[in-house]
Design a protein around this ligand. Structure first.
Ligand code: ATP
Length: 259
């Protein structure tokens, strides 16, 4: 149990609206969220409930229309002028459902890319990317092209790429969505291990596989944080109980409520 939680993400009244005034679609509607260092937060909710929108704001890939948002030392609130290049390069690592690997680059080159873009030296980048892939069980496959890898292996490469600049926050958008059950479970285990070793992860998913590992589960509905599903005997409820009982994760309450 973490007695002194350190907030990493502080969002208050976060809104993202699409469309013209008067006919707005409220993709996010006054969401409050606190993520502390070491948390493993799951974002759940039906398709269109706002999970990707929230992750995009946390990643600095999109900006909120209202509310306030801080990730580490970066103020991503409307009207603020954060150094988004630096934030995207060093603040966050993003893992996508479709891996987003460059097909003409070998696994190790895909992982080196963020380091080289950040001005790192080729030799240093190669060593670090190789070490990281090795630690994720991808050592023997590091010189393969993405097309020569399985889905699970491609996602490991993408996870290594997300980690290579040592971001303070990891974000994953349905990272197991393109994987079979075995590979999906392996990826969840890997992500859970990263959290145990100090990473902070916010992950959007439709699956219940990661529930036992999560420190918090946030349910979104129509852009708002909603109460969890009511069925107390449902599979998700028992998983949430397991998460609450887990001792590896902080058990402080997360704020995830609408005004
Ligand atoms: N660029 C955009 N322009 C207009 N509407 C958008 C845009 N991006 C998302 N939306 C809308 O915002 C709402 C939230 O979308 P979002 O992608 O965040 O949902 P989601 O929960 O991630 O869904 P899924 O589980 O299907 O990925 C949806 O109604 C979607 O159609």
């Amino acid at each position: 149990m973490d007695e002194n939680p350190v907030p990493l993400v502080l969002a208050s009244g976060l809104c993202r609206f699409y469309g013209r005034k008067g006919v707005e679609l409220k993709a996010l509607d006054h969401v409050d969220l606190t993520v502390n260092r070491g948390d493993f937060v799951l974002l759940k909710g039906r398709s269109g409930s706002g999970k990707t929108t929230l992750l995009s704001l946390l990643a600095g890939l999109d900006r909120p229309d209202a509310g306030s948002l801080r990730v580490g030392d970066y103020d991503l609130s409307p009207g603020a002028s954060p150094d988004l290049d630096t934030f995207r390069r060093h603040g966050v690592g993003v893992i996508f459902q479709s891996f987003n690997l460059l097909p003409t680059l070998r696994a190790v080159e895909n992982v080196m890319l963020p380091l080289l873009l950040a001005g790192g030296r080729q030799q240093v980048a190669q060593k670090r990317a190789g070490d990281l892939l090795g630690s994720l069980g991808m050592g023997p496959r590091m010189h393969h092209l993405p097309a020569e890898l399985s889905g699970g292996e491609m996602q490991r490469v993408a996870i290594a790429r997300a980690l290579v600049n040592e971001p303070m926050l990891l974000l994953a958008d349905e990272p197991t969505g393109n994987l079979d059950e075995n590979n999906a479970m392996a990826v969840i285990d890997l992500l859970a291990d990263l959290v145990k070793n100090g990473a902070t992860l916010v992950m959007a998913t439709h699956s219940d596989m990661a529930d036992p590992f999560a420190s918090h589960i946030i349910h979104l509905m129509d852009g708002r944080v909603s109460a969890p599903r009511p069925d107390p005997s449902g599979p998700e409820a028992s998983s949430v109980k397991k998460a609450a009982l887990a001792t590896d994760f902080p058990s402080h309450p997360i704020q995830g409520k609408n005004p």
